[in-house]
Design a protein around this ligand. Structure first.
Ligand code: CAA
Length: 276
């Protein structure tokens, strides 16, 4: 792969969009490589993914404006579909995906972060949907996911004004779960860069997720995602089914058994998903 890197650390997989010269902008090749990378994740052993961008400056600065500049209406619709298909794959991926947002998350960058389950960012992160300033609408799910994630009014304001917001505001409006700063010593020197601190925080969160019962985590993701698409009467039926699915599994028996035996130290065994 030219533009996407993959690394596995224990039960956590780290996917890095690696097109630093263009601030990790998403062209067709990056989208195709991302799709292949997600398809190749070893779901028997990986329990949580982190998605980030190479370098300190930018997570993803959007869809590739050079590539988009000459598209016809038909080609643009197909390009939108290509991005939407990959982002939907991320959103519905069986295991959680954490976006570790290092710097710019603009246009398609904000959009790909919103297709992840959880967003944490460095304090130099900048979010925005600047598309209307380029004469287009957000095209990789921004009109839909931003409105659902923050609120329709706030999404409309951000999209209509094309205004970028900093990490603190993104946190205030609920777009990100956590903001991570560089570590500085008493002399004011940076001892851990914002990117390194961000990745450490993302890996800690991912490891915390990976330590839980994997069927329960997968089923929780599916229940939340699927339930949000339907009314409450249908949503609770989705929950009941996925709740029931957890029973008679090794995880449920070990998890509840540990509690009943008052054995707080006993951890859930890490066995490959396929053996469950
Ligand atoms: N597409 C293509 N190339 C991009 C890019 C993008 N979205 N963003 C940055 N780059 C490239 C620049 O062209 C530049 O390349 P060269 O060195 O070859 O000239 C390189 O990355 C570095 O960028 P800058 O010199 O502009 O860096 P800067 O620090 O001065 O500015 C920035 C950083 C504010 C993020 C600025 O690059 C910028 O505004 N980028 C575009 C952001 C944007 O509008 N994104 C939305 C795209 S539309 C979209 O995403 C549609 C959709 O929903 C599907």
């Amino acid at each position: 792969m030219e533009f996407v890197l993959y690394e596995q650390k224990g039960a956590v997989g780290i996917i890095t969009i690696n097109r630093e010269k263009a601030l990790n902008a998403l062209n067709s090749q990056v989208l195709e490589e991302l799709e292949k990378t997600f398809d190749a994740v070893d779901l028997d052993n990986v329990r949580c993914l982190i998605l980030t961008g190479a370098g300190e400056k930018s997570f993803v600065a959007g869809a590739d404006i050079g590539e988009m500049s000459t598209l016809t209406k038909k080609e643009a619709e197909a390009f939108g579909k290509k991005g939407n298909d990959v982002f939907r794959k991320i959103e519905t991926f069986p295991i959680p995906v954490i976006a570790a947002v290092n710097g710019f998350a603009l246009g398609g960058g904000c959009e790909i972060s919103m297709s992840c389950d959880i967003r944490i960012c460095s304090d130099n992160a900048v979010f925005g949907q600047p598309e209307v300033g380029l004469g287009i609408t957000p095209g990789f799910g921004g009109t839909q996911r931003l409105a659902r994630l923050v609120s329709p009014g706030m999404a409309k304001q951000l999209i209509y004004t094309a205004r970028n917001i900093k990490a603190a505001e993104a946190y205030r409006i609920g777009l990100v779960n956590q903001v991570v700063s560089a570590e500085v010593n008493e002399a004011g020197e940076v001892t851990v860069s914002a990117k390194d601190a961000l990745m450490a925080a993302a890996e800690k969160m991912a490891a915390g997720i990976a330590a839980q019962a994997p069927i329960a985590v997968r089923n929780s993701k599916k229940a939340i995602n699927d339930g949000l698409q339907v009314d409450m009467d249908k949503a609770i039926v989705i929950e009941e089914k996925l709740f029931g699915d957890c029973f008679e599994t090794e995880d449920q028996q070990a998890g509840m058994g540990n509690f009943l035996e008052k054995d707080k130290e006993k951890k859930l065994k890490v066995v490959p998903f396929k053996n469950r």
